[in-house]
Write a protein that binds this ligand. Structure first.
Ligand SMILES: Cc1cc2nc3c(=O)[nH]c(=O)nc-3n(C[C@H](O)[C@H](O)[C@H](O)COP(=O)(O)OP(=O)(O)OC[C@H]3O[C@@H](n4cnc5c(N)ncnc54)[C@H](O)[C@@H]3O)c2cc1C
Length: 452
């Protein structure tokens, strides 16, 4: 079947690869001169900057790590020094506890807050099928303190959004499943028991394989290397600098800029796609319900010295809501990935904007750099002159999964299907690099139901 994929970001490229492997004749139309969408990597002043995604977990069997291995992309694992994570709460950095003993000693929660967390297994679960915000879930199961101090900053780390707005079901499906099955502590213990049983019961090699994939990974040259390898494999099927202007919907196969295809994969931001399909159509109305929040990343490079010591301890920090810092979070890039900075240097990535503070993403570069410098001096004590400062920003960066997201996806898919249109990309079934790699098979399965 002839299939047109509109949008050559990771969502479109991964879907195109799955469709080619299923035997279809695929064309990818990408508006920009380069493929990859928001994902890309560039080296400036010797520092490697990620333009969007900077890593992924190794776990999923059909995720990004497996794809890198298939494509021959050289990968590295995050450094062991990156284990510790910090939360900026009530005016200072506090370590996220990594063991029961550390939890007992932690200054993130009061004793009352800790007792609330320990009562988690006794609390009632959600009514199955009813969505709620991650904040409401966390407050119900762990108590209000843990919801503010731990869960809400973690949500910011993924969606750059207020945890009161993010859907539990769609944004954190594993937590939602644990909640329905009797609680997070019980669910996590159950996973550990299942893993032990798997290794005892003769499935040792599989468990060992999962173990070697554990942790956080990235291509050595940056995540841009993954989209570059995908685009290279697809070859001249990827038409760059080719902006699609209109889609006519038809049950016999929709037309893209006048050309009929057996199926169309819409892998561009839904917010933009609304203007390509007929105004007032059911699909246009459904697509308008999805948004991506703007995001800005400020990269700061410093000469390493005693003053930068705090940036050598851990992955980075997230900022709780209501704090005086405007930065949402900071990643200690050169600690997590030592090859991303020249020897003797430190690289920090400061994230601003998101749905929590969309106006920040529109500030001038100088203003963003000034805010990031002020915030890292306050939180980490790094006040010296950077040897590198630059900004990467996206007006439509981070897909937002608001409460009720799954219902909106169901409705949008139902509106697209009669016209042989498949919805792909970060707006629908998972925004992360792994989600998009796994989702490629979902797209191919949807196309498989139609005949040429
Ligand atoms: C700052 C930031 C940090 C992130 N960090 C992580 C992370 O660490 N780990 C992780 O897993 N995920 C991360 N993500 C999320 C992840 O990178 C994105 O969700 C994902 O890359 C989006 O891919 P996409 O293909 O859906 O969309 P996009 O990358 O936006 O691609 C869509 C493409 O469609 C094209 N297009 C638009 N209009 C048209 C048109 N009319 N015709 C043709 N083409 C068109 C665009 O040019 C673009 O190339 C991050 C995102 C951001 C912004």
């Amino acid at each position: 079947m002839r299939v047109c994929v509109i949008g050559g970001g990771l969502g479109g490229l991964a879907a195109a690869r799955a469709l080619v492997r299923a035997g279809h004749d695929v064309q990818v139309r990408e508006a920009a001169p380069r493929a990859g969408g928001v994902i890309g990597s560039s080296r400036v002043d010797g520092f490697l900057r990620e333009h969007a995604a900077s890593s992924f977990l190794g776990g999923p069997a059909h995720g990004a790590l497996a794809l890198c291995q298939e494509l021959g992309v050289d990968v590295v694992k995050a450094a062991a020094a990156a284990k510790r994570r910090w939360i900026f709460l009530d005016g200072k950095l506090r370590a996220l506890p990594q063991s029961p003993l550390a939890f007992a000693r932690s200054d993130l929660l009061t004793w009352r807050g800790k007792l609330d967390v320990l009562r988690e297994p006794l609390r009632p679960g959600r009514t199955p099928g009813e969505d709620e915000s991650v904040h409401a879930f966390a407050a119900r199961r762990f108590g209000a303190e843990a919801a503010r101090a731990i869960v809400a900053p973690f949500v910011t780390g993924v969606f750059a959004a207020d945890a009161h707005d993010v859907s539990l079901e769609a944004g954190f499906p594993r937590l939602a499943a644990f909640d329905e099955a009797g609680g997070v502590v019980r669910g996590m213990l159950g996973s550990v028991v299942a893993a032990i049983r798997g290794s005892v019961g003769g499935r040792g090699p599989r468990t060992a394989e999962v173990k070697t994939r554990s942790g956080m990974w990235a291509p050595r040259a940056g995540v841009g290397a993954l989209v570059d390898a995908l685009a290279a494999e697809l070859g001249d099927r990827v038409q760059r600098a080719t902006r699609v202007e209109a889609i006519e919907l038809s049950a016999e196969g929709s037309r893209v800029d006048g050309e009929r295809f057996g199926a169309v994969v819409l892998a561009m931001p839904a917010q933009l796609a609304t203007s390509l399909v007929p105004a007032g159509s059911e699909l246009a109305i459904r697509l308008a319900a999805f948004t991506r929040a703007p995001a800005a990343q400020v990269y700061l490079g410093f000469r390493a010295g005693p003053e930068t010591a705090a940036a050598a301890d851990g992955f980075g920090f997230l900022v709780a809501q209501g704090e005086e810092l405007r930065t949402l979070g900071v990643v200690f890039e050169s600690t997590v990935w030592p090859e991303r900075a020249p020897a003797g240097h430190v690289l920090l990535r400061c994230i601003l904007g998101g749905a929590r503070d969309p106006d920040a993403a529109g500030l001038l570069d100088e203003e963003l750099v000034a805010i990031a410098r002020r915030d890292i001096e306050h939180a980490l004590g790094i006040g010296g002159e950077p040897v590198h400062a630059s900004v990467v920003r996206w007006p439509r960066g981070i897909a937002q999964y608001r409460v009720g997201h799954k219902d909106r996806v169901r409705e949008a898919v139902a509106a697209a299907r009669p016209a042989r249109v498949v919805l792909a990309g970060a707006d629908y079934r998972g925004p992360g690099v792994n989600d998009l790699c796994v989702d490629a098979d979902v797209v191919a399965a949807e196309v498989a139901q139609w005949r040429a």
